[in-house]
Design a protein around this ligand. Sequence first.
Ligand code: CA
Ligand code: CA
Ligand code: CA
Ligand code: CA
Length: 322
Amino acid sequence: MLGSLFSFLLTNASMAICRLTAGRLLVAILLFSPALAERSTATVVRFDTNLGDVDVRLYDTATPLSIANFLSYVNTDRWDGTFIHRSVPGFIVQGGGFSLTPDIFNTTDVVTDPPVLNEPGISNLRGTIAYAKIGGNPDSATSQWFFNLADNSSNLDNQNSGFTVFGRVVGGGMDVVDSIAALSKVSAGGPFTDVPVTDYDQVIAQQNIFNSEAVLINDVFVLGTPDGDYDFDGDVDADDYLIWQRGFGSTTDVTADNNGDAIVDADDLTPWINNFGTVLASTATISAVPEPSTLTLLGLAALIALRQARRANRQGPASTAL
Ligand SMILES: [Ca+2]
Ligand SMILES: [Ca+2]
Ligand SMILES: [Ca+2]
Ligand SMILES: [Ca+2]
């Protein structure tokens, strides 16, 4: 009785100037930052979905166990071909658990690793990604994750000892997540009471959900961009500096959080300085020479950043908690 199981919820001037600027900044960082040796590089991953790409900056430094767990699944392709099985508009969009083999009544669970210890502390704000857990068991996260569509901190930062936020969507990724949340949903019972579908009429007609109507995670992979490439276009240039400057001091605009400690600060500028001018071979046609207008902005931004970096370092190390 498939029908009875379904309830439908309608639901640059020149490069020399750049190098001069970079050199001045490097001197400033060396003078004012005591923590250079502690840096590590954070990971940026891409969720390739049939509704578009969602890029996520992972918090490698802030939540190391959670990132090791995440990369274990990525490196073994275990999320490839899975589907978004739960959508609650205004709250979360969840996946990472199941594949349709070939339909909603015949699903395959993602093979899981042992649960990961909870690493709460970063707030469940809109645009973050966190692990799902079993109720009453704080250390039960395995393969399932969710994107926070709204500020869920009052609930999810506390419930079940808090849900571990381990990354944040960057660029235009939340447009894709929002488009998933905007889809109509169907219920097929069990864990599948809120399944978003791309073709509601087809699902109604066939009383079933196949991959052709689901929101699919085609692939999840690590973006191989250089450190300091804060717009992920394969080169490290003035545009990337501006992104760092824009996010400086922020715990929510973390595109330039190169070390993944959940805040953009002076430490995250060093990789940009070190890699300035780097161009990936595959993107060598992209000019690394900024437009003059960009350079003007760069000079202004550099002065502001120097003041901010000095001030930040007088205030001591930044907290990773939000
Ligand atoms: Ca893969
Ligand atoms: Ca770039
Ligand atoms: Ca560029
Ligand atoms: Ca950082």
